[in-house]
Structures are given as C-alpha cells and as structure tokens.
Design a protein around this ligand. Structure first.
Ligand code: NI
Length: 449
C-alpha cells in the first residue's frame, strides 16, 4: 500500500549517490555493491544496491562510482590537542611529567592565538586526509581551533583546557570556557560542539572540579578530562586526596554531567566500576601511551564492564602522527599481547572503537560514527589500489584495521561536502599552511640565550 502511494508521488531526489563500494560499517557490517544516497548533508538511504527503493529515491546530483573501494564512516578521534602539531617531534623520548614540565609547558607559554589557528588547521588537514572527520580537542584559544575546523570543513567538539594551580586562575579559564560554549556550541551547521575541559585531577583542585561540574550542569555541557594516564598521576592523586583520580571525579560531580575521560591507562577494578556506573566515555590513545611509556590500558576489561571505549590520537607532540589506522591496529594487537590471547579485541571491535564507540564517547552518536540513514553524511572512500599493503584483501574489517594506511584514503565527505578528493584536502591552501607552521614552530621552540 505504502509502495503504491509513494509511486504516485515523485521520488525524492538524492543530491549525492555513492555507488558500488563495499560498505564497511560498525552497525551495518559488510555490504557488497552498496548504494548510499544523501541529501547531501544527511544520509537518506544506504544498503545493497539490489535492494534500493527506486520508487522512493533516485540519484539526481553527484554520482560517485566506487567499485572496488571500501566505503566507511569518517573516523572519530576521541582525544587530541590539535594545535600541538606545532611541537611535533620537538620533545621525543621523555616520560610524561618531564615531557610536560620541562619541554611542553615552556613552549605553550609562548603560544599566541594565531599559532593555535595554524597548528589546528594543520591537524584538521592531516586528519581529514587520513579519513578522520571529527575530533574531540582540548587546548587554549579554542575559538581559533573552531575557525580552523570550520575552514577545513571538518567537525570537532572543543574544550578550552583549564588548569587551577590553586591561585584562582582557573576561574578566568572557566569564564572563557563558558563564553566558548555560548559562542560556538552548535555552530557551523552543528559541526562544532563545545565541552568544558578541566585538564586533569593532578593539574586542578578538587574545589575547582566541583565548580566545573556545577557550571557544566547549568549549561548542559559535557566535560573532557585526562584521567589516570600513568602511575605518577595516580600517586599524586593518592598523596593529595587518598583517592584515585576516578574517585575524585565521581565525588566532585564531574562524572555525573556526561564525561569524556582520556587515557584511563591505570584504572583499578573499582575505577572501572565507577566509569561504567556513570557512563563515562573513555578515549584510548595507544600510540601516546606507548611513546610516553605510560602503559597499556585495560581496554578489554573496561569494555566487558560496559564502558564505552573510543580511540584517540592525543596531541602530535606525543603521537607525532594524527591518524587512526595505526591507533586501531595497535589497540587490537596490544590487548592480544597484554592478555596473551590472540583473539582479544578482534578487528571488527577495533574498527567500532575508531568510529561508533568514539562517537558515543563524545555524546555525538546521534549524528556520526556510522553510516546509518538519518545520520550525517560523514563518509570515507578507501581505495585499496592506492596502497600495496592492501593487496590482496579478504575480510574488510581486517584489511582496514591491520593493513590500511592514510595513503589509501581517496575521498572524504563531511556533512555531504567533499573535502578530500584524490587523497588531498581541497578546502585549504596547503602550501601556505606548510610555510606558516614551519615558521611558527621555529619561533615557539627557539632557545633563549
Ligand atoms: Ni591529552
């Protein structure tokens, strides 16, 4: 009946049609010879081309022939500090506290708003070309990062990082964070969201964390924090409060407002219970955790307890590369060696972490993280012909998690707009970008005489 009535009215026209790819999606699984129709910002229909409802919808705008390609949702980077691209390779081979305190903080003290803009623009370009369409970021001068993301054509949830050494300076940062929320939350057609970002339990006070929780609840904002990144951080928390960082967060109300917790490397079974109970989203950053010798997070145990665990890169100063193929691959193989079990965290689960689970951790799964009808058209076309590491391939989840690299990314759409074509971002003057970041990085890291 519905079919007859629909046939009487003219079919809906889809402004974008991607035809013939192998769809690889955390919810829909693998669909050969797929068709995706979008309006173009939103997905109207997706599935096997043979089952397309021709009576209801027809391609009428851009038609992309995608035979032989993988079509996957844009990856979601659940934890980053975009502008830290300016410090890429500047402070390697150090553990977390000396890395931060002797190398990173002095450079950050010199950082100007326009440096943040260029650093974040570089990060946005690098991520888009690697198939990462959205990221959660914590840093300073976040309106500059917002500008960069909008210009590059991506999507981000931004938090002004706040520290409170006990001198009241956190209040000023909190006022800026609230202004950022008012000015940018939901901006650029919903491509920008804003969270509050207390840096960590070890860089703030308990009273300040309570204040942030209170303001977040009043604004309806979520929070983004670093949590139990390594043993040293836990020791500091125990020495100050006699509690773990997770216990402090739960106590101050920070876990109750919708929390994204980065790292969670050194979490106890009790901490994991708290994360699950308060539906805290975790951002797992395997490369950064390895490079700073922080440890290997108990991802399997957290997932088993019902915790949503997404994947992130952390900043380029500790990770060097802002891409998620390597994070997926490492997330999986690290759990295997940690648990002495080669079946731990299989490819499909690692793929879900980089897409839908990250989106859930950000509180954004209503729009992104999978290619289901009704969601935003944030899609990535991976062409195995671009990368010998993908010859041959069998299971698509295995190919994308264990073999793929950014060089295989052919095209990227965000909200239906094609921002990467033939592997390159088309929205930004990349030569000028390279010149600006090189010049600014040299200025920021120059040694005082
Ligand atoms: Ni971080």
């Amino acid at each position: 009946m519905d079919e007859r009535r629909a046939a009487a009215s003219p079919p809906l026209e889809a402004a974008l049609a991607i035809e013939g790819a192998t769809l690889v999606d955390p919810e829909l699984g693998v669909v050969e010879d797929a068709l995706l129709l979008a309006d173009p910002a939103r997905i109207l229909w997706v599935g096997a081309r043979s089952q397309a409802p021709a009576w209801r919808l027809r391609p009428a705008g851009e038609r992309v022939g995608a035979r032989g390609r993988f079509l996957m949702p844009g990856m979601v980077n659940a934890h980053s500090h975009a502008a830290m691209t300016l410090m890429r390779g500047y402070a390697d081979d150090l553990s977390l506290m000396p890395w931060l305190e002797t190398r990173i903080f002095p450079v950050e003290a010199r950082l100007r708003p326009e440096d943040t803009y260029w650093g974040a623009l570089l990060a946005a370009v690098e991520m888009l070309e690697a198939g990462v369409t959205a990221f959660a970021d914590m840093y300073f001068f976040m309106e500059e990062t917002a500008r960069a993301v909008v210009e590059a054509g991506g999507r981000a949830v931004l938090a002004r990082g706040m520290v409170e050494p006990g001198d009241g300076s956190g209040e000023r940062a909190l006022a800026e964070a609230e202004a950022l929320f008012r000015d940018w939350h939901g901006a650029a057609g919903g491509r920008i969201r804003v969270m509050l970002g207390p840096h960590g339990v070890y860089t703030t006070t308990r009273a300040f964390l309570g204040r942030v929780a209170e303001r977040a609840a009043a604004l309806g904002a979520r929070v983004h924090i670093h949590l139990s990144e390594n043993d040293d951080e836990n020791r500091r928390s125990q020495a100050t409060y006699g509690k773990s960082p997770a216990e402090v967060c739960a106590e101050t109300g920070l876990f109750q407002v919708g929390c994204l917790a980065a790292h969670c490397v050194k979490v106890s079974p009790r901490d994991i219970e708290l994360l699950a109970e308060h539906r805290v989203g975790v951002a797992h950053n395997p490369v950064s955790n390895l490079k700073l010798a922080s440890g290997i997070a108990p991802v399997v145990e957290m997932r088993r307890a019902g915790v949503t665990v997404g994947l992130g890169t952390d900043g380029a100063a500790s990770t060097n590369r802002l891409e998620m193929f390597e994070e997926m691959r490492l997330a999986s193989v690290l759990q295997k060696v940690r648990l002495d079990d080669a079946s731990a965290l299989p490819a499909r689960e690692a793929f879900a972490m980089a897409t839908l689970e990250s989106a859930r951790a950000l509180g954004w799964a209503d729009e992104i993280g999978s290619l289901e009808a009704g969601k935003a058209c944030d899609a990535v076309l991976v062409d195995p012909a671009r990368s010998p590491a993908l010859w041959p391939h069998f299971d698509p989840f295995s190919a994308l998690v264990y073999s793929a690299e950014p060089a295989a990314v052919e095209a990227v759409w965000v909200a239906g707009r094609k921002v990467v074509e033939d592997g390159r971002v088309r929205t930004v003057d990349v030569e000028r970008l390279r010149h600006e970041v090189t010049r600014r990085a040299a200025f920021l890291t120059r040694e005082e005489g």
